[in-house]
Structures are given as C-alpha cells and as structure tokens.
Ligand binder design. Structure first.
Ligand code: NAD
Length: 405
C-alpha cells in the first residue's frame, strides 16, 4: 500500500475509533462506493498509447462525488483510493454538499503538446461518459492537469453524452468556459486562512519565519499571501532544490527568477536540499506544498518548527505523524488546510447548475468563512476531546456523513 492510502485510512480509523463506531459502519466508511478502472487508447505524438486510469467515488452520502483528476506516470489505484478517501473527509469537514472522489491516469505530461492534451481529454470523456456528471461526480484539476484540460474535458463530455452543456461536470475551468477568477488562488487563500486560525490557537506571532516546500500553484501564491500578512519567508524549494536566507528571501526576485529560469535555485540565496527547507532553524511554521509522503520519521525528527501546515495532500507518513506528535509539534491536517480549492470549485459548480455567472467576491467571502468555521470547529473538538487535530477533523467529517445516512 502507498503511504498516502495508509495515512488516509488511518485518519478514518482515528475518527471512527474516537466515535466508537462498530465494524459495519467502519467498513462502509473505508470501502469506496464505486470504482472504475479503464484503459484509453490515445494518439500521442503520432503513436497510439495504451493509458491506464481510475476514477474512484469513495463516498456519495453528502452529494455528488467531487475531486481532481491527476495525470502522473506513477499513479495507481491505491493512490487514487487514498486521495478519494481524503476528499470525502475534506468535503464533509468544509460542510459542502459533496461526497469524495478522485481520478488519475498513468501518463507523464512532460512531452504532451496542446493537441496531445486535447486528445487525452477527449479519450477521458469517452471513458468516463456514463460514470461522471454534474449530479454524479465532478472533476477538477490536480497534479499534471489545469484549466485547459478541464475546458476540453467538459466540452467533450457534453458532446459524448448529448448534454446541453458540460459546464457542471468539471471545475477549475478557464474564465471563458465558466470558471471563476478566484479558483486559481483558492487553495492558497484557504491555507492562509487556516494558518491565521492556527496562529491564534497555538499562540504563534504573525511575523515568524516560514519555510515552504514546493513553489508551484499553491506554494508560490501562498508565499506571497503570507509575506503580505507580515511573515518572513526564510526558505523555499522546488523540484530542482531549495534556497535559504535566514533574514528572509526576496520574494519578488524569487518569482522573477522562477519565471525566467523555471527554478527557484537560480536565485542568489544559499542553496540547500529541497527537503532541508522543512528543517531550517528560523522557520516556526513549515508548509509542505509539493509531494505526498515527504515528512517521514527522519524528517519529522529534524523539524524545528512549532507548526506544520499540510498544504499538499498526504505529505506526512503515519510514522512521521507519530514522531511529530511525540515531539509536541502540531500538524494542521491537509483536509482542513487545503480545502480552499474545493470550496472555490463548489461555487463554480453552483453557478453552472444555476446557469449564471459566478460571483468571485461572494465565493472568496464564503471560502474564508468556511475555512474559519471548519478549522475553529476542529481546534475546539481537539481541545474538548483531548485528541490531535487530524482525529478531531475526521471525527467531525464522519459525524456529518453518518447523520446524513
Ligand atoms: P504544482 O505542480 O503547481 O506545484 C508543485 C511544486 O512542487 C512545483 O514547484 C514543483 O517544482 C515542486 N516539487 C516537485 N517535486 C519536488 C521536490 N522533490 N521537492 C520540492 N518541490 C518539489 O502543484 P500544486 O497545484 O501547487 O499542488 C501542490 C500540492 O498541493 C499537491 O499535493 C496537491 O495535491 C495539493 N493541492 C493542490 C490544490 C490546488 O488547488 N492546486 C488543492 C489541494 C491540494
């Protein structure tokens, strides 16, 4: 089993144990409602390729499945199942009328041009035609996918199924195709809000140093928001490595460098290994915003921060979590920290459903309020029940699902 599904199942178990659920309820919570494995034969760069994929609707008690679609060469059924489980908990915790789902195809995006991507989206629409829909299961972008993929998938799905519009079957679309302005920054905006709640609860000053692993869609925007909030960004990394300045990195120049050269490591700050950004002395808050399972037991042993905020999905292994707990380091779990994206998606979906434009201002206000409410409820529950934040978050999510059954 991959670390991600182990961590996702452990979160469900922690919540279920805390609620003293019987085996029947627990087994039902763990087992996906529906999973589809498929093969697509698609022409990429002039060659016909055989691409394997999965769409897993983990739980649809609270509404249609909702979750991203990733294109990644190493993706497998277990990774998708773990991510779908996490979406179930995340959507329930944010009090959205969505169940949890996720999908993935085993494909490297490195050499895909625009035409290839369109062909992949068309093949995906054929493969998933009867499996997804605005009231069944709604896609969104994830690792390796973006708004152009969602636009094409939505249009192609409408063609294949004969639906009058595909606007409601995928979110994270471009503005022209019915997306919302906020969606691109929604995850980072929600993460900032979760950090603001955590700072108050854990009594952390709003000007402490922060380190971020991952300088992509989430990490880069979050760095800008945190700097504007008064923090010093002391270390960041991307897939090429990390840079570090105990006095604070020059974010404007860093973004310029990243845009010009493709990497943060061309910036003239001290270079360090990518994973070491999470262990620098000057960071009181560290944010994994890149990959899953990066904080293992060794990294957990070296982290100097008071707070870990999981912007990425499943960045901490189960052993890593145990070690952080024994060292007294608080972890704001992914399901609470990175729900901003799916809350933005909810507003995009709602606008499609009601056939109206989406009001970005209203969506952002609701996003902040939902993150405030869900994170406050999690901190309250952890305090009142004497459990860690992940157990508290999973407990609240599971209660909502069971109440709706
Ligand atoms: P992205 O592809 O835009 O960025 C990923 C970043 O991680 C890139 O800067 C990449 O260079 C970096 N990276 C890759 N390997 C690395 C390594 N070994 N060390 C350090 N950095 C490395 O992806 P994203 O959309 O920013 O997503 C990041 C994480 O956040 C993922 O776990 C994703 O599932 C999660 N997430 C994203 C959203 C969203 O709305 N984009 C929502 C919820 C959760």
């Amino acid at each position: 089993m991959t670390p991600l599904i182990i961590a996702a199942r452990a979160a469900v178990k922690a919540g279920a144990d805390h609620l003293r659920l019987g085996t029947k309820d627990f087994d039902r919570l763990l087992a996906p409602d529906r999973e589809v494995a498929f093969r697509m034969y698609v022409e990429i760069g002039g060659d016909e390729r055989n691409v394997e994929g999965w769409r897993i609707q983990h739980d649809r008690t609270l509404g249609p499945g909702k979750g991203g679609m990733r294109y990644s060469p190493g993706v497998n059924r277990n990774e998708v199942a773990g991510l779908a489980t996490l979406m179930t908990l995340k959507n329930a915790l944010a009090d959205l009328p969505f169940g949890g789902a996720k999908g993935g195809i085993a494909l490297s995006t490195r050499d895909l041009d625009g035409e290839d991507r369109a062909a992949v989206a068309d093949a995906l629409a054929e493969a998933l035609a009867g499996v997804v829909g605005p009231e069944i299961d709604i896609l969104g972008p994830d690792v390796g996918t973006g708004s152009a993929d969602m636009d094409r998938f939505a249009a192609s799905w409408a063609k294949v199924t004969g639906a009058h519009s595909g606007r409601g079957v995928a979110t994270g679309k471009s503005l022209e195709a019915g997306g919302i302005e906020l969606r691109n920054g929604a995850t980072a905006r929600g993460c900032l809000q979760a950090i603001r709640v955590a700072r108050k609860r854990a009594d952390i000053s709003p000007d402490v140093g922060i380190a971020i692993q991952g300088f992509g869609a989430v990490g880069c925007e979050l760095a800008e928001l945190l700097a504007a909030d008064g923090h010093t960004i002391v270390a960041v990394s991307d897939s090429s490595g990390g840079v570090y300045d105990p006095d604070g990195l020059d974010l404007g120049r860093l973004i310029e460098t990243k845009n010009e050269s493709g990497s943060v490591t061309d910036h003239d700050a001290t270079r360090i290994a990518s994973i070491d950004v999470l262990t620098v002395d000057e960071a009181s808050i560290v944010i994994p915003a890149a990959l899953q399972a990066v904080i293992d037991v060794d990294v957990a042993e070296s982290i100097q921060a008071d707070l870990v905020v999981e912007a990425a999905n499943g960045p901490t292994t189960l052993d890593g979590l145990r070690r952080l707990a024994t060292r007294g380091i608080t972890v704001v779990p992914d399901m609470a920290a990175n729900a901003g994206g799916v809350i933005g998606s909810y507003h995009e979906w709602l606008a499609a459903r009601e056939d109206r434009p989406c009001d970005g201002g209203h969506a952002e206000k609701d996003l902040c309020q939902r993150i405030d409410r869900s994170n406050a409820a999690m901190w309250d529950r952890a305090e009142s029940d004497g459990v860690d934040l992940r157990t508290a978050a999973a407990t609240i999510a599971i209660e909502r699902i069971l109440d709706a059954r």
